[in-house]
Design a protein around this ligand. Structure first.
Ligand code: UDX
Length: 431
């Protein structure tokens, strides 16, 4: 089957390459000429472990090519995956402008039957809207079907997740399109769930919201554990061993970030409000997440004598989590903002992120090494769970710092080991 992927971000590029692995021919379409040129030359325009090797392999084998020619790309492919961004608008709802543009172009240029698949995370009812937008773009009626097929991959392990999904969800009312999708996903060893488009769209939002809820649950509980002197990691393990709860997404810390959880939880809340059915639990999930960085800031402030003016704070990690260069909604940026407002001096570092567009200046500087970053610092705040930060040379760091304070925003290092070196350690109920 000839597959067109529209939008060459994390989801689009990974999806395209995974279909190449499964033996399909893929074209990647993007309006950004620079992205197309980079991808065609075998270079990813974002950081994702293992994906560039796969890109090179399939470019050399002639299984994937990239173009910015919308008309040609739509004409020559049978199945079109819409993988463009659906950013959050001011009111929390998803902006469907890019999806609409793609749908109208499909209508304009298609000359024969196509299956159009929405992989972008889109609100309930979007499949119907896409159908209308395609029809509106058509000059004469040409048959097509629309399918909702959400993607559940995580940044940082995108390739593994896309190759080994827990499930594949196919939401369509067309038997013909369903048959094409089954053929496309032949060879994947996981359950395939077939639903109508609305249920499929809801599954994606419900999955991300549920995971965000697990995180906010353990984060809020960690505050009570803190007060009671209980190690929240023990509680996570203890409840996670109950197979009805499961061990994942129970790591307490400074809160979730990224391009999905914050955006998707807000979009579902927006859908709920628009339909007059408030999702109160989810409202609290957002609130707890927002409070979590502030909770850490207050601990930093308290430990450093109640005033952060001119205190030097080393913030390790800018990405919203390890193994990605994505800083969208990163709790690390939230902490840096707070620290700067409190008139602290921020020194920061990240193994892959280069801060751009952030008010770097005398009070906020990025360094190339962790040693430079911690030099003269009153405190180190671990914000991203990079492996590099789990193996830091703490005795050497202690010699470089002005005051030996560690704030572990991810409960990621051995408290006893650093305390035995003379550090004051503060985590999230990591007693
Ligand atoms: C998420 C979903 O997992 C994925 O299925 C969906 O397709 C996109 O959104 P992603 O945003 O890439 O993926 O990252 P994920 O690994 O889920 O982490 C999200 C955030 O939650 C990160 O900030 C992470 O640090 C945080 N997190 C995760 C916790 O704070 N505690 C945990 O136990 C797990």
């Amino acid at each position: 089957m000839r597959i067109l992927i529209v939008g060459t971000g994390y989801v689009g590029t990974t999806t395209g390459l995974i279909f190449c692995e499964m033996g399909h021919q893929v074209t990647g379409l993007d309006l950004d000429q620079r992205k197309i040129e980079a991808l065609q030359a075998g270079k990813l325009h974002f950081y994702e472990p293992g994906l560039e090797e796969l890109l090179e392999k399939h470019i050399q084998a002639g299984n994937i090519s990239f173009t910015d020619n919308t008309k040609k790309a739509i004409k020559k492919n049978d199945v079109i995956f819409i993988c463009v961004g659906t950013p959050m608008q001011e009111d929390g709802s998803a902006d469907l402008t890019y999806v609409k543009n793609v749908a109208e172009s499909i209508g304009k240029y298609m000359k024969e039957y196509k299956v159009i698949v929405t992989k972008s995370t889109v609100p309930v009812g979007t499949a119907e809207q896409v159908t209308e937008w395609i029809r509106a773009g058509q000059k004469e009626p040409v048959p097509f079907d629309v399918v909702s097929n959400p993607e559940f991959l995580r940044e940082g392990s995108a390739m593994y997740d896309a190759l080994h999904p827990d499930r594949i969800v196919i939401g369509t009312i067309s038997e013909k399109a369903r048959a094409s999708m089954r053929e496309l996903y032949q060879g994947f060893q996981c359950p395939i769930l077939e639903t109508n488009p609305k249920a499929s769209e809801m599954i994606k939002y419900a999955a991300n919201s549920f995971l965000a809820m697990k995180i906010s649950f353990i984060n809020e509980l960690s505050r009570l554990c803190d007060r009671l002197g209980i190690n929240v990691n023990d509680v996570s393990r203890g409840i996670g061993l109950d197979h009805r709860i499961g061990p994942h997404f129970l790591r307490a810390g400074m809160g979730y970030g990224g391009s999905c959880f914050p955006k998707d939880v807000n979009a579902l809340l927006q859908t709920a409000a628009a339909n007059g059915i408030p999702l109160t639990i989810l409202e609290k999930v957002v609130q707890v997440n927002a409070e979590q960085s502030l909770y850490l800031l207050n601990k930093i402030k308290h430990s450093l004598g109640g005033d952060l003016t001119n205190k030097s704070v080393a913030v390790l990690g800018i990405a919203f989590k390890a193994d990605t260069d994505d800083t969208r909604e990163s709790p690390s940026l939230v902490i840096m903002d707070y620290l700067l407002k409190e008139k602290a001096h921020v020194r920061t570092h990240d193994p892959v992120v280069k801060l751009e567009g952030y008010p770097l200046g005398a009070n906020c500087r990025q360094f190339a090494t962790t040693a430079e970053t911690v030099s003269g610092a009153d405190a180190v705040v671990l914000c991203t769970d990079w492996d590099e930060y789990k193996r830091l040379d703490w005795p050497a760091i202690k010699l470089l710092m002005k005051q030996p304070h560690i704030f572990d925003g991810r409960n990621m290092i051995d408290k006893t080991a650093v305390e035995s070196l003379g550090f004051h350690y503060t985590g999230f109920a990591n007693h």
